[in-house]
Ligand binder design. Structure first.
Ligand code: PRX
Length: 637
């Protein structure tokens, strides 16, 4: 497969960028013409950021799975689409060619249809990193059902919230999932969630761990039985549902500064074009390369750069079920060696964790197949960047530092491997079609270079968020109302002398813990559910491995009990309400929180204390009771 839109030099990048800003519609129409359409668009772009309403390729008809599967059957049919490496290196890996994948997606799409799922229905997927997760995602897209994948680390309560919000009547899960030496009982978590979701009528369960599960008559079905049923009926292929360009493709929940996660909605055509385009350009994918993205499909990185981007580009994508440190800290390196991986796309937190094991596990494997390295999810610190560059890339592999978000669908700011220069801790330059702007608190544009501000984007790119599911107003207020006429990212950013961008972290109440986005309000809500808690305030603090850790200040009613037990109890509560990823790292019991006279918690002060910068606490004279600060400082953990 060839990519006529692949940019091959810095000069080509400059020209493409210029064209994309001066004539965005012409630019994207040319890119889009390399895809498979049932009907071409009537207009390339219609948009209004105030409402917001954004339509790319309006009037076009397509199905993203025809681009990811059918169009490759001729020349790439026997080529591996997915290489699957199991959690346990002793277990057999699987190689699924484009032809196999097309067949399996068709089969499962028929299973969904047979169970009453049709276009526009929401289907929730709560599975481990098994090939059937990829198959189920694509099967939903095949019939136009809207998938909502929930990361396997979320609790029953979080699943119930998401199922209710999306009104998903169908759930696809596994009996269990393997993660290192642990087994996660996925079906049993689903059973707990479904107590609150009587509207769920079908649960399809894939066998993976053989963990005993209870099946509810009429509701719960085995994946394997359902496949046999469609086979017996003699149904084979599943024709793709014809979709409108702006029909929703999926919902993915993400955290914001308010308590409830929001369902980010992406639509079919723009998302397809942009994920493929950015995949091919940022990583400089060459036909035959093996691409290994270590994310989980439960997050946007997995959606865009394990599945849709690579598959639409006809690439070979490697999907790994396990974790980087089991059975030992050489697991990534062993996989790279085993499959002769060409591109490794991973997260700074994983790199920092692997660095702590020294170079022994690295040197045990041959990494000479690597050509490109990528980083995503949080700012990459210079030390991790250098370690990756020297020890994994052996000084020869460009590192792409890719900045983007669930809401952006694809990478917006990044160097392009070997095409535009990299610079440690800088995402560097915007991709064509992306027009970044820095603004101050009042929304005034900050012009020039060597300046910092809040990062916004001026013009829509094809994979921009379309709405937040069931609540369009929330989409408007969250992203388009802070600075009218602009998309606000929530990130702070520095632009250097040469116009390179460096993301400095969130400027709202969102934490980034091990590359996972967690709202402080969400954690506070969970802590406050504990019967002994009167109120709480949660802030982030620098953490060597996780990037940010979670520091909770808790006003607790029963001061007589064992403090450590109470801490454990609160941690358990957060785990039950949100999931293990949101567990506080530190809990400090306090008698009161610093508040203004109007009752607002002064998080800025709490953040400084958690960061161990007591000298920069600043003015406390507006506090209702400044003495609480002394107590908090004295008992800091
Ligand atoms: O703060 C930025 C950070 O991750 C946030 C988006 O999180 P999420 O929607 O979960 O998506 C993560 C994967 C795309 C951003 O607002 N972030 C992401 N990539 C980078 C980053 N911060 C700095 N550098 C990056 N490369």
């Amino acid at each position: 497969m060839s990519y006529p839109y692949q940019i091959k030099s810095a000069e080509e990048y400059q020209a493409a960028y210029h064209k994309s800003i001066t004539d965005p519609e012409g630019y994207w129409a040319a890119v889009a013409s390399s895809f498979l359409w049932r009907k071409r668009w009537d207009s390339v772009l219609e948009w209004n950021f105030n409402t917001p309403e954004i339509k790319w390729f309006n009037g076009a008809h397509l199905n993203i799975t025809e681009n990811c599967l059918d169009r490759h059957l001729g020349s790439l049919g026997n080529k591996p689409a997915i290489i699957w490496e199991p959690n346990d290196p002793e277990e057999h890996h699987r190689i699924i060619t484009y032809r196999d994948l097309h067949h399996k997606v068709g089969q499962f799409a028929n299973v969904l249809k047979n169970n009453g799922v049709s276009k526009g229905d929401r289907v929730c997927l709560y599975m481990g990193m098994v090939p059937e997760l990829a198959i189920a995602v694509l099967a939903c897209a095949r019939i136009g059902a809207i998938h909502s994948v929930i990361f396997g680390g979320f609790s029953a309560q979080s699943i119930a919230d998401r199922l209710q919000d999306a009104q998903a009547h169908t759930v696809i899960t596994c009996d269990g999932a393997y993660r290192g030496n642990k087994q996660i009982p996925l079906k049993s978590v689903i059973d707990d969630a479904l107590v609150q979701c009587p509207f769920v009528t079908k649960v399809i369960v894939l066998t993976r761990t053989h963990t005993p599960v209870s099946m509810i008559k009429g509701r719960d079905l085995w994946w394997e039985d359902e496949i046999r049923k469609v086979e017996t009926l003699g149904i084979h292929d599943c024709p793709a549902q014809v979709m409108e360009a702006e029909d929703p493709l999926f919902i993915l929940y993400t955290s914001g500064s308010t308590g409830k996660p929001k369902g980010v909605v992406h639509s079919c055509a723009g998302y397809m074009v942009y994920t493929t385009y950015s995949f091919v350009n940022v990583f400089q994918y060459q036909p035959g390369d093996i691409f290994f993205c270590t994310a989980d499909i439960g997050w946007i990185t997995g959606h865009s750069y394990i599945l849709y981007g690579p598959l639409s580009a006809g690439a070979t994508t490697l999907m790994f079920e396990g974790i980087p440190t089991w059975p030992d800290a050489g697991r990534f390196w062993q996989i790279i060696d085993k499959y002769k991986v060409n591109t490794l796309y991973t997260a700074p937190t994983a790199i920092r964790s692997l660095m702590s094991y020294g170079l022994g596990p690295v040197h045990a494997h041959n990494l000479s197949s690597l050509k490109v390295l990528g980083s995503v999810g949080e700012p990459i610190n210079e030390e991790a960047w250098q370690w990756l560059h020297q020890n994994i890339g052996k000084g020869n592999c460009p590192i792409v530092d890719t900045w983007w978000q669930t809401e952006t669908g694809g990478i917006l700011i990044s160097n392009m491997a070997g095409v535009t220069p990299s610079r440690p801790s800088y995402a560097t330059l915007p991709l064509p079609g992306v027009d970044p702007i820095l603004v101050d608190e009042n929304g005034q544009e900050i012009l020039g270079n060597d300046v910092s501000g809040n990062l916004c984007i001026r013009h829509p790119w094809p994979s921009i968020i379309r709405t937040t599911y069931g609540d369009h107003e929330r989409c408007r207020t969250n992203y388009f109302a802070t600075y009218p006429g602009l998309y606000f990212t929530g990130d702070g950013c520095y632009r250097d002398q040469n116009g390179n961008y460096r993301i400095t972290g969130r400027v709202d109440d969102v934490l980034n813990v091990s590359g996972h986005r967690i709202g402080t309000a969400e954690v506070e809500n969970a802590i406050n559910m504990h019967s002994g808690v009167i109120e709480s305030a949660v802030v982030g603090y620098p953490h060597d491995i996780k990037g940010q850790g979670i520091y909770a200040y808790v006003v607790y009613s029963s001061s007589h009990g064992d403090e450590n037990l109470s801490r454990q109890d609160i941690i358990q509560t957060v785990s039950r309400i949100i999931g293990a990823i949101a567990k506080p790292d530190k809990i400090q019991f306090v008698t009161g929180l610093p508040k203004t006279r109007s009752g607002k918690i002064m998080r800025r002060i709490l953040r400084k204390i958690a960061e161990n910068e007591p000298n920069s606490i600043g003015d406390t004279s507006t506090l209702l009771d400044p003495s609480v600060i002394d107590e908090i400082l004295k008992n800091r953990i």
